[in-house]
Structure formats: C-alpha cells, structure tokens
Design a protein around this ligand. Structure first.
Ligand code: ADP
Ligand code: MG
Length: 311
C-alpha cells in the first residue's frame, strides 16, 4: 500500500506474543494487499482492470466486503466517491505510471461518459449469498479500492489482535487508526492529527479516542506540482479533475476504519461546505482544516470537539 503499519498494545501480566508480527504481516496484511492492490501488477484487481472481458470473476470475502462499502458510499455521495475513478487517476499521473502532462478535455470527457461510474461495476451473489462475483459493464471499466484499503486493513489487523486476546491496542496504517481500550498509562489512546501546513509541520491537534476509528484524508499528502499548479491525487468524478476547493484535511470518526477511510476521501471530494453538510446528514463526527488565505481555519462537529484534548 506504499505505507507503513504501526501497532501498539498493552497486555498486562501476559507474555508478549512471539507470533504477533507474523499474524499481522503474513496473515492479515499480505492477503489484503494482494487482494486489493492496483499497484501490484499480478494482483486480482490489476488483472481485472487490465483485461477487457465482461465475464464475472470470483471475489474473496475481503474484496466483497470492501466493494460493498465503496459502492454504498458512492451511492450516498452521488458519485463524489467512486471506485471506478482509476482511469482518471491514471490520466492525471497518479496511477502506477506517471503522466507527463494533464489529460486533454476530450480524454476527460470520454472517460467520464463511457468508463467512470458505479453502474460500470456489477456485483452478483449466489442465491445463498455466500459467494459473490464482480463483472464489468463496459470493457474499459476498472475498480480502485485504494481509498478504503488502508482503513479496511486496519480493521483486519484489529480483528486479528482480538482473536489472540489483545483488548488494549492501537493500530495505524498510513494515518488511519483504530483503537480499543486504554494505553500503557491506563488512559484512552491519544492520537495526533497532522498539520497540513508545509511551513509548520507537526501535530495540529490531539484527540482522545475510545473504541473507535479515525481516518484522515488530506490535500497535502500526495500531490504533484506542475508549472506552479498543484494537482491532488483525489479526483472529483463529477468534473474528472483533481479537487481544487479549500479543504486541506478532514478527519472522520467511525466504529469501523474502512468506513471512516471511505468517508474521509468522500468528504475530501465534496469540500468544506457540502462535505460538512454530508457529515451532518449522516451523523458523522468530522474535523476539518480549511485553507484561509495563507493560513488555515478549523471547522468541526460538536461531537468531535468533545474528544479534542485542550492544549
Ligand atoms: P490518502 O490517505 O493518501 O489521502 P485516500 O484514502 O484519500 O488516500 O485515497 C486516495 C486514493 O483514492 C487515490 O490515490 C486514488 O487511487 C483514489 N481516489 C481518487 N479519487 C477518488 C474518488 N473520488 N473516489 C474514490 N477513490 C478515489
Ligand atoms: Mg480514504
């Protein structure tokens, strides 16, 4: 996933589990990376995307679970979050290969009209709903789960820790976190939210989390500068172009990290106003950092304010 994982746990009175690293890496992360990667050419998704067959392919239970989340958030956001956006991500140079210049208007129009959209992916389930397949509605359709994969992987690692009896832990993958119980000093886990300010990097805020996930999407983490113009790796599928509004970062709370991750990217696309309204409508607690001239302002829901540690 092009990032690092980080797990902390407290197991008072018990010996450290010597298999933990194996459980986390080999049993939880490796299969997800293989199932969900669009960077790894041999992964199932890469092969699905590269081919132009309309035949259904079998989904693993992880793939099915994560696709359901992606398609649900796509429907909830009117396509602002869209797992079929990959051709646009690639056209803008944020895929596996780099692009040398922005795509033409014609190319963008063609992709928007014919290839991008949640109706371009079809999930079918067996009558017992135990097995599921995915097929393309058009040959050039593709499936990109990068915006949910880290959060989903956090949930999987958390589940693996619980299966070996660990109940006080913090799991973090590339900035997406899930915590349960308390830290080594016996108080709720404290998680920092990064400042999006390149001139003043560091921790902007600290929150106290209990049995919850937090995912953050930001315009400062993955972007490219070309001719003095900044291009985000998050594409608005309604325009076919990188987002341009003033939302620098959004953090979202949820029970499950996969949902928090998907919603963070979705709200990043919707922007500071529509994104905040969306959070309100869906009962999500969010924390936004919005560009304001040369500086930043914060905007948050009342529930988020309650978990901020005062500094
Ligand atoms: P980050 O944690 O780096 O901010 P995100 O979770 O926000 O990452 O996901 C960004 C990735 O999601 C992009 O690299 C791209 O593959 C994909 N993506 C870009 N735009 C969208 C979109 N509108 N809907 C869904 N996925 C997107
Ligand atoms: Mg995300």
């Amino acid at each position: 996933m092009g990032t690092q994982w980080h797990v902390r746990y407290v197991n008072v009175g018990a010996a450290a589990n010597p298999n933990l690293k194996f459980i986390i890496e080999e049993r939880s992360l490796q299969s997800i990376v293989y199932d969900l990667s669009t960077y790894e050419p041999a992964s199932m998704l890469s092969r699905f995307n590269a081919g132009d067959s309309l035949a259904p392919v079998a989904l693993t239970s992880d793939q099915h679970a994560i696709l359901q989340i992606a398609l649900e958030v796509c429907a909830q956001t009117g396509g602002a979050f869209d797992p079929t956006v990959l051709p646009l991500v690639e056209a803008w140079g944020f895929g596996a290969t780099e692009a040398t210049h922005p795509p033409s208007d014609d190319l963008i129009r063609g992709l928007l009209d014919g290839v991008v959209g949640c109706d371009k992916l079809v999930i079918e389930s067996s009558s017992s709903a135990t097995s599921h397949t995915l097929r393309k509605a058009v040959p050039a359709a593709s499936c990109d789960l990068s915006a949910v994969a880290k959060g989903y992987a956090v949930d999987r690692v958390a589940r693996a820790l619980e299966q070996v009896g660990i109940t006080n832990y913090m799991v973090e993958i590339g900035g997406e976190v899930h915590v349960r119980g308390v830290n080594a000093t016996g108080v709720p886990w404290r998680i920092g939210i990064q400042s999006p300010d390149a001139g003043n990097p560091g921790i902007q805020r600290v929150v106290s989390l209990v049995d919850r996930s937090m995912a953050t999407s930001g315009d400062y983490r993955n972007f490219r500068v070309e001719d003095g113009k900044r291009y985000s790796h998050i594409i608005d599928p309604r325009t076919g172009r990188p987002i341009t509004h003033g939302l620098a970062s959004v953090s979202v709370l949820h029970k499950e990290c996969a949902w928090a991750d998907a919603y963070a990217t979705a709200i990043m696309v919707l922007g500071p106003e529509a994104g905040f309204d969306f959070a309100d409508e869906h009962g999500l607690e969010v924390f936004m950092i919005v560009h304001d001239g040369d500086g930043f302002v914060e905007k948050m829901t009342p529930g988020f304010e309650m978990i901020l540690l005062k500094n």
